[in-house]
Design a protein around this ligand. Structure first.
Ligand code: SF4
Length: 295
């Protein structure tokens, strides 16, 4: 990074990751979040470069670990707008355990998964969302397994906001990201991002249908059973080449992890980030202070 020169994305031409960047850049100012109030935490993969390309605090973690880092940052500094991001391999495979438990505990931040149904950065291997029969270097005779179904997994794990959008629809994506940011609790967006370089089926995820606006679909996103049924239909349809997107589930009543901890008196009155950086902070004693406080 050279100060004064805006870094240019190194993603391939036509990559769906550009759609996420565009939507995120549009959403943050519209919900009034400034760069110094925002932290983006990314995993490993083409998606992991996201926080190099726009103005916020950034933390590029190791593979599959964006969620525990995001959780820690939000607990230490609840005033930060935290956005975690990563690919389908990073989030649903390597970090799948973190995904399940972050949803179960309903941590209060947004998680965007760039879902291109393959591993892109490492050159096209089968990923957890590759459809059954998908051929790749690692599965030359076709994947024998059914893929992960991210929306259903998210709902059953406990996420309180679940949506799917696609890079070909940055306006819908921007609106869903805004809603996710404003939501109190774990907000998961499965973001379909085409990889024209390695997914030779060249899925562009078009034409897409917005299930919240189409007359062909009638469900209530606040009704868990109806949401589950709509998710099941959406995930099966994608394998038949039909792209359904939209807001699938929202529960505004369920308290976030932070709210629950506050209710039972387990959250410190003063966030960690503020305790150690006030005027009385003594840098040379910081390790001793931390250890003493946590004995
Ligand atoms: Fe995008 Fe695929 Fe290129 Fe990675 S390899 S930048 S996912 S098009």
């Amino acid at each position: 990074y050279t100060p004064g020169i805006e870094p240019q994305p190194t993603w391939c031409p036509g990559c769906g990751d550009f759609g996420v960047l565009k939507a995120l850049k549009g959403a943050l100012p519209e919900v009034g979040r400034t760069p110094d109030e925002t932290l983006t935490v990314t995993g490993i993969g083409c998606s992991g470069k996201l926080n190099s390309y726009f103005n916020s605090y950034g933390f590029h973690t190791i593979h599959g670990r964006s969620l525990p880092v995001a959780r820690a940052a939000k607990l230490a500094n609840p005033g930060l707008e935290v956005i975690a991001a990563g690919g389908d391999g990073d989030g649903y495979g390597i970090g799948g355990n973190h995904f399940m438990h972050t949803a179960r505990e309903n941590h209060d931040f947004t998680y965007i998964v760039f879902n291109n149904e393959i591993f892109g950065l490492t050159k096209g291997q089968t990923s957890p969302t590759s459809p059954k029969g998908h051929e790749s270097k690692t599965q030359p005779h076709g994947s024998a397994k059914e893929p992960v179904r991210p929306l259903s997994l998210s709902l059953t794990s406990g996420a309180s906001f679940v949506a799917r959008t696609a890079a070909v629809n940055p306006n819908q994506a921007k609106e869903l990201i805004k809603e996710a940011i404003e939501h109190d609790g774990f907000a998961h967006i499965d973001f379909l991002t085409q990889c024209p370089t390695w997914n030779k089926d060249a899925k562009q995820y078009v034409p897409y249908i917005d299930v919240n606006e189409s007359d062909d679909y009638d469900f209530d996103p606040t009704n868990r059973d109806e949401a589950a049924e709509m998710m099941r239909e959406t995930e099966e349809a994608l394998h038949d080449g039909k792209v359904l997107t939209g807001k699938y589930y929202v529960d505004e009543d369920r308290p976030s992890y932070q709210q629950e901890k506050q209710q039972i008196g387990e959250m410190p009155e003063e966030p960690l980030a503020e305790r150690y950086f006030d005027d009385s902070y003594e840098w040379e004693r910081s390790a001793d202070m931390f250890i003493d406080d946590h004995k």
